[in-house]
Design a protein around this ligand. Structure first.
Ligand SMILES: NC(=O)c1ccc[n+]([C@@H]2O[C@H](COP(=O)([O-])OP(=O)(O)OC[C@H]3O[C@@H](n4cnc5c(N)ncnc54)[C@H](OP(=O)(O)O)[C@@H]3O)[C@@H](O)[C@H]2O)c1
Length: 328
């Protein structure tokens, strides 16, 4: 099967097109023919070996064997089922998250039937489904599991035009919160259309001096600091950063001190969030923002674009040609 691999940390050119044996599902696994996957900011960081402490997990000097094929999100079709796997049938259209095993930048991927995978609603394409998983489920983890956002609360989403951000604005609104967003002016209209009541253009405004008070400040892109956000946080408000080792330490400290808290963490088991995502998609209640589409052969270009830090929503990699034009 065709796949994209990297053997050393570095710029997008470390990615190479390779031929690998098609995997064979173990007893509890399903084999998925990947139709669409994505390039996320998180896996561009893995490719660069950043943050450096992350190499403790993915390989100190070079990426360890199990992470050399990137790809966190996928949508595809089940083509084989292990003898002890009963959740899915051959022909099912499925989408999900590969987690620490990555590996969706390939024509086929084996996953346990207990992994974060579920059937796709009939009304979305493979490209759309792949573009929802990590962004939505991360937004869910932070706004539902960590902050427990309630109707009437106020939420600020920093990076509101990114993958996590575009879903966080919509989810916050659906939870009944008043949502404000931070992005550049070129994305302000989009973020408003997703449900934000107010948008700060970070190129001309400083949201920390706005005089607003938020129950949750969700920094999806690591462009703020707890110390500065405290002035816009309610006395018992939550600061929710998706990145930054220091924030893990602050989370421990503020759990003890009380008052304004830092809550952070990765969501790896995504079953509840995936079920909610599936329902929202099937009811057409979620806008999926796809910025660009590339083929697998063009993945170096896709990484270059995502490395720029200014993608809007999601960047999709088409693995099986669905007849749509690739990059603009
Ligand atoms: N903890 C977890 O479980 C978890 C899970 C997934 C991802 N992550 C991490 O989350 C991070 C973000 O992921 P993502 O994929 O959502 O990001 P993304 O899509 O790459 O974010 C890009 C967006 O950020 C906006 N942006 C850039 N600078 C900004 C600034 N100073 N203020 C506000 N917005 C700004 C850009 O808007 P403009 O173009 O308008 O500037 C762009 O639309 C990554 O570092 C990833 O590693 C964590």
């Amino acid at each position: 099967m065709r796949a994209v691999m990297f053997h050393a940390y570095g710029p997008p050119d470390v990615l190479t097109q390779v031929d690998l044996p098609t995997p064979v599902p173990r007893a509890d696994q399903v084999l998925i023919r990947v139709h669409a996957t994505t390039v996320t900011s998180a896996e561009c960081g893995m490719r660069r070996g950043e943050p450096r402490w992350g190499r403790v997990i993915i390989g100190l000097r070079r990426p360890r064997k199990g992470v050399r094929v990137l790809g966190l999100e996928f949508a595809g079709e089940v083509t084989a089922v292990g003898p002890a796997a009963h959740r899915f049938r051959v022909g099912d259209r499925v989408f999900g998250f590969t987690g620490f095993g990555v590996g969706a930048n390939a024509e086929y991927k084996c996953l346990s039937e207990r992994a974060s995978v579920t059937t796709m609603p009939a009304n979305v394409t493979y490209a759309q489904a792949a573009a929802t998983v990590d962004g939505f489920t991360t937004a869910w983890h932070y706004l539902r599991d960590l902050a427990d956002v309630q109707p009437g609360q106020k939420v600020l989403v920093i990076g509101a035009s990114g993958s996590i951000g575009t879903y966080a604005v919509q989810l916050g609104t659906q939870l009944g919160a008043v949502v404000h967003g931070v992005c550049s002016g070129r994305n302000a209209k989009l973020v408003e259309s997703l449900g934000a009541d107010r948008v700060f253009d970070y190129t001309v405004e400083d949201f920390t001096t706005s005089g607003e008070r938020y129950d949750a400040v969700f920094d999806t892109v690591g462009r703020s600091a707890f110390a500065r956000c405290r002035q816009v946080l309610a006395p018992r408000g939550c600061y929710l950063p998706t990145t930054g080792l220091v924030n893990n330490l602050l989370a421990v400290r503020t759990a003890v001190t009380g008052g304004q808290r830092v809550r952070t963490g990765m969501s790896v088991r995504k079953h509840t969030a995936l079920a909610a995502l599936r329902e929202l998609l099937s009811e057409n209640r979620l806008q999926i923002v796809i910025d660009r589409r590339y083929t697998m052969a063009e993945i170096v270009e896709a990484h270059r674009y995502v490395d720029g830090g200014h993608k809007t929503g999601n960047v999709v990699i088409t693995v099986v040609d669905d007849g749509r034009p690739s990059p603009p």
